[in-house]
Structures are given as C-alpha cells and as structure tokens.
Write a protein that binds this ligand. Sequence first.
Ligand code: FAD
Length: 357
Amino acid sequence: MSEQHTQVVIVGGGQSGLAAGYHLRRRGVDFVVLDAQATAGGAWQHTWNSLHLFSPAAFSSLPGRLMPKQPGEEYPTAGHVVEYLSDYESRYELPVRRPVQVLGVHRDGQFLRVDTDSGAWRARAVISATGTWSRPFLPAVPGRADYEGRQLHTISYRRPQDFAGRRVIVVGGGNSGAQIAADLAYDTELTWVTQRPPRFLADDIDGRALFDAATARRRALDEGRTDSGGVAALGDIVAVPSVWAARDAGLLKTSPMFVRLDRDGAVWADGTRAPADAVIWCTGFRPALSHMSPLGLRGPRGHIATQGTRCLEEPRLHLLGYGDWTGPASATLIGAGRPARDAAREIAGLVGMSSLG
Ligand code: FAD
C-alpha cells in the first residue's frame, strides 16, 4: 500500500483535531487530519435532535473564530455546531482527509507510522484527537442479555416521537440522562433511574462557570494546592431550559438504580418491578484509543499517562480532547483551544518550527 509523508498526523477531525490544525498552521508545520467520518462535525453529527449546548455561542468557540449566534437560540443546537465546524475547516483550509479510518500508530525509527484503511503515513509526531463518542459505555448489569425490549445507548437516541406512548427507562444521572429524560417526559411513561439523587447546578450556572471551575482546579493541582473539586463540586446537571422546564413541571422524578433486568424490564432489590418497552443507557463514553494499542502505552484508569498533552512514554505523541487529563475542560468547545495551542508549540519545537515561541 502507498505511504505518504508529513510532519504531523492528526487523528480525528472533530473540534479538537481542528483546533490543533489551526495552531499547527500558524506555526508553519506541515500536517494532515485523518477523520473517519464522511462529513465535517465530529461527534456533533450524532446527537439527539433537541440537544442544545450548555453555553452560549460566544462561549463555545474554537481559536481564531467566534461561533456566530444562532438566530432565536441563546444556547445553540448541535446542528449549529456542525455548521460552525464545517465552516471553520474550510475558512482555515485545514487539510482534512475523510473518510479515513486510522487502524494503528506504530514506532518506525525516528518516525511514527500511521496505518489507515487507505494507505499509511509517516510523520515526526502524531496528535490523537479521536474523542469518546465511538466508544459508548454500557455497565455490566445482570440480565441485560435476557431483556426482550429495545436497548439503546445515548448515541442512538434521536427523538421522543420514536417512543410515544411507550414505557421507557432512562438510566444515568448526568447531562445526557437529564436531557433525554426531559425530552421523553411529556409523551412516554418515563422511569428515570440514577445511581444517586440527581445534582442540578443552580439555574444561573451554565458552561461558562464549568469552564472556569475546570481551569481553576487544574491550576490548583499544578501548583500543589488543595483540590477544589472542579466541575464535580458544582453538581452534575446543567439546567438547560428543557431540563428545568420538565423539572419544574414535576416530571423529572428519579428512582434509584435497579439491580437487574429480566425479560420484561427492571427489578429492584426489594422486588419492585418496572416493565418497560425500552431502556436507554445514558451511561457515558470511554476514550477511543484502540488505534494506539501497537505503541503499548499504559496509564491510570485506561487512560494514557500524559504531561500536559504529551504522552509520557512516547513524547512524539500528543492527546487532545479526552477530558481533564488532557487539559482543563479539553472535551468542550471552549476548552479545546488551549491544549491544542500547547501541543502545537511543543510539536513545532520537536520538528524545528518554533518561530512563534
Ligand atoms: P469528536 O467530536 O468525537 O471527534 C473525533 C473525531 O475523530 C470523529 O470525527 C471520529 O469519527 C474521529 N475518529 C475516531 N476514531 C478515529 C480513527 N481511529 N481514525 C480516524 N478518525 C477517528 N461540549 C461543549 O463545549 N458544550 C456542550 O454543550 C456540550 N454538550 C455535550 C453534550 C453531550 C451529550 C456530550 C456527550 C458531550 C457534550 N460536550 C459539550 C462535549 C464535547 O464538546 C464533545 O464530546 C466533543 O464532540 C469532543 O470533541 P473531539 O474533537 O474531542 O471528539
């Protein structure tokens, strides 16, 4: 198969990959972005229809270009983010190749070799920005395989009309669980199940405050001060308008987590049952790192050990956008820029293009 050369390969063309491309371009580093999707927009192409961001447009922007306000919406929709990312990509003429699936990253002397489903690339450095959405997580709940109703993960949920009049169990006390429960609260027989009682952030707190909290926490940890608890200390659920409307209408009651599923639905420890036509698992995601397995890297809790964004065991590799371990709030639109800038600066130094300092 053919092999091409470049200084840097960015794996993943979502917001993190684009932010990295923006900063590499500014430093005059040669790079390519390889993205598995057929079209621009990363994970935002796969959300449920009613999803709104938890920050206003101006606070959901990548470096260099403010997200324009969406007419009639204070909190933009996912569709608006897709348009913004698509425009960002073409405005900065970022060299994104798609659809290209990266299969593995290998050491190859002084280079890293990136094997894909359409040939290989040889590069001095690799930025991995593959996100989490391609790795939905489902907990190991007894009886899950016996349940005869429909089971789906957040990633496959689209709209309440698909469940109208049905008995639906939504599992998960985070933002996805709350928003999907709110979506379903009016037209279905809803049971919302959470491991602990839901913790709503105050109604006047949105993504801006979350970003500030994440940044303050990172700074405290870096300086050896007491852990402020960051975002987790504020609560779990941002009360976007759809959530507070359903909550204030008394429609967002929760039940504790059930102990197992049977053929018909959920069963609690005291024998209580809830027959259900569908169970929607809003139980999160894991970082999509399998393409890095040839490098044999290790880290805590299935992560790869990093200092900033740089992999400790392979300094030619940087990781972007997976969560706080790759930069404060790095898995958000507004938080993607700073770690991308830092990674680009380090990589520019590595490949001898450090003119911006
Ligand atoms: P992604 O957008 O997932 O992009 C990664 C890209 O890499 C994808 O195109 C994928 O196909 C590709 N890829 C993966 N593996 C490979 C491979 N092996 N080879 C080639 N390409 C590959 N953030 C906010 O700022 N505001 C919000 O309001 C907000 N709301 C959210 C709501 C929900 C329900 C969720 C789950 C997240 C939300 N986020 C929000 C978080 C965050 O912005 C997103 O998760 C974001 O999509 C992460 O961007 P990314 O570029 O890191 O990854």
